[in-house]
Design a protein. Structure first.
Lengths: 332, 222
């Protein structure tokens, strides 16, 4: 302290006080820092635990989502197979017709060939030539009906196959007609008592439009199968003078958004859809059919095909007790 | 050579710190390797200073004129490793440039090579207090350490904050009230030696803790 005596004592006092203040401030700051850090660390640990839990839940959810997607894919495939099952009887009926023609014409051709041999033995060349012409015509018919059966089988395979996702020019009227007959005969084959009046009103000016035929075919088949199902149910309920009728119509329209579109209407005079069910009909797994008779995916998939796959609309108009009309609008 | 308790205390601790730093050099993280280099260079500079004053009988202040910017550069290297951001790097580079500039101007106009560069030391201390407080803020923003008292970075930063805060006070007082005296009071330098010794104990503690727990804290504050 002797050294310090060379300095003004007031300055020494200021220096000592300043030193004490610095010590106090530093000590206070470090203690505050330690305590506030510990507090934050606890919060951080809690946050970390929660984050770990969230990560764990996220992984679990991702796994569940993957499983759900897989199940969804399997369900869609099941729905396709279910609709294929509904078609099987109709397809059998459709194939039966050309097969009958093939059988009959081949038998007739066989007989004609026998006759031709006889005429050749007699030396009547002119008659033999005339018979040969008939045989030729028969063979052409056999070929035509063979191709028809081939087309039906190919169509069935196309229906069961995964969608190519590629749009191609398709005769929408022919597609509607084909699925109308397949679904009707399919139901008839399963239930002999089933009967319904089928009405068609196709606009022939439509021609080909760009669609994914397998997908739109699936939608039409679904709507028609539902229509036939409801008219049959209403008939079975014993309504007097009731005549089950299913109508399918196509036409060109001009949507409010502009451009041109094709409208496909599938109408029935069944029991209609109750108001409480109307909001749910496009939801997956919603069905009014008894357990085991419907997957509840038909309309949901149809809605996705029309709206997401083709940028169109699928609407429903219904009046309870009077019937339902499903309207597909496809941009052309 | 070491004539009193304060000098003995300081130099024995500095030698011990240098030996331990050398022993744990390989095991320490990159940041603490820089700290070990700083300790060893400090020892070298002190030995050179003592040689000049005792053997050559000349003012050893020139050593401190050179060593102060070098010391700050090493601190900047240490702090650079705590945070990986371009803004932080720019701040460090600018502060190094500023300190070197101040040292040159101070040497030319205020404290020549024969006199202690206390003005530069004060500026260096202000910079280091700023860096230390900044690191404390960053540590508190990301509380990743379970036990802060076991972390080398905490003890290192505490030591820097305390030592250089006192440095501002001591060298400030020295510059204002003591510097012009023909025979300045020894106690000012003795207090500084005492604190310097404690500083190196803290640095060695932080190196040992780092080597023991091997914390990869350098990536924590990005």
């Amino acid at each position: 302290m002797n050294d310090l005596s060379k300095i003004n004592s007031a300055d020494v006092i200021v220096f000592v006080i300043a030193g004490l203040i610095v010590i106090g401030l530093l000590f206070g700051f470090i203690m505050y820092f330690i305590f506030s850090y510990r507090h934050k660390q606890k919060d951080y640990e809690l946050l970390q635990t929660q984050k770990d839990e969230i990560d764990r839940q996220k992984l679990l959810l991702e796994k569940t989502l993957r499983e759900l997607k897989l199940t969804q894919t399997q369900l869609i495939q099941s729905e396709k197979l279910a609709s294929l099952g509904e078609l099987t009887a109709g397809i059998a009926h459709e194939i039966q017709n050309p097969l009958n023609f093939v059988n009959n014409f081949s038998e007739v051709s066989n007989e004609l060939l026998e006759e031709m041999k006889t005429e050749l033995d007699k030396g009547d060349i002119e008659e033999a030539k005339a018979i040969a012409d008939d045989v030729k015509q028969n063979l052409e018919k056999i070929n035509h009906h063979g191709k028809r059966a081939d087309a039906i089988v190919k169509g069935m395979l196309q229906h069961s196959r995964s969608s190519s996702g590629v749009k191609e020019p398709t005769d929408i009227n022919a597609l509607c007609d084909e699925y109308l007959r397949l679904s009707y005969h399919g139901l008839r084959a399963k239930d002999k008592s089933f009967n319904a009046t089928i009405k068609t009103d196709f606009d022939n000016s439509i021609g080909n439009i760009n669609i994914i035929p397998q997908d739109i075919g699936r939608v039409i088949l679904n709507l028609l199968t539902n229509a036939f199902y409801v008219v049959d149910e209403k008939k079975k309920s014993g309504v007097d003078g009731y005549e089950p009728t299913v109508t399918i119509a196509t036409r060109y329209i001009q949507p409010p958004s502009g451009g041109r579109a094709v409208e496909i209407k599938v109408s029935d005079n069944g029991g209609g859809i109750p108001q409480k069910a109307l909001d749910k009909i496009f939801q997956p797994f919603f069905t009014t059919k008894p357990t085991g008779q419907g997957t509840g995916l038909g309309l949901s998939l149809s809605y996705d095909i029309v709206t997401k796959g083709h940028g169109g609309e699928l609407k429903v108009e219904t009046k309870e007790g009077d019937g339902t009309t499903f309207i597909i609008i496809l941009p052309s | 050579m070491f004539i009193d308790f304060y000098h003995s205390f300081y130099y024995s601790l500095l030698i011990m710190a240098s030996v331990i730093s050398l022993l744990f050099f390989k095991r320490a993280d990159k940041t603490f390797k820089w700290l070990a280099v700083l300790i060893m260079l400090t020892l070298i500079s002190e030995l050179v200073a003592k040689y000049i004053s005792f053997s050559l009988h000349r003012s050893n202040a020139v050593v401190y004129h050179i060593f102060t910017p070098v010391e700050y550069f090493l601190y900047a290297c240490i702090y650079k490793n705590f945070r990986h951001s371009k803004k932080w790097d720019r701040i460090l580079v600018v502060s190094i440039g500023l300190l070197v500039g101040i040292e040159i101007l101070n040497t030319i106009f205020f404290q020549p090579l024969q006199a202690s560069d206390t003005n530069t030391m004060i500026v260096e201390s202000v910079f280091l207090v700023f860096l230390s407080l900044n690191l404390f803020i960053k540590i508190s923003e990301s509380p990743v350490y379970k036990n802060l008292l076991k972390e080398g970075v905490f003890w290192f930063n505490c030591a820097v904050l305390c030592y250089y805060s006192f440095n501002i006070l001591i060298w400030g007082f020295h510059s204002i009230k003591v510097y012009q005296l023909k025979y300045p009071p020894r106690i000012i330098y003795d207090i500084n030696l005492l604190f310097s010794g404690l500083l190196y104990i803290s640095y060695v503690t932080s190196i040992l803790l780092n080597a023991a727990y091997k914390r990869k804290f350098t990536t924590s504050y990005e």
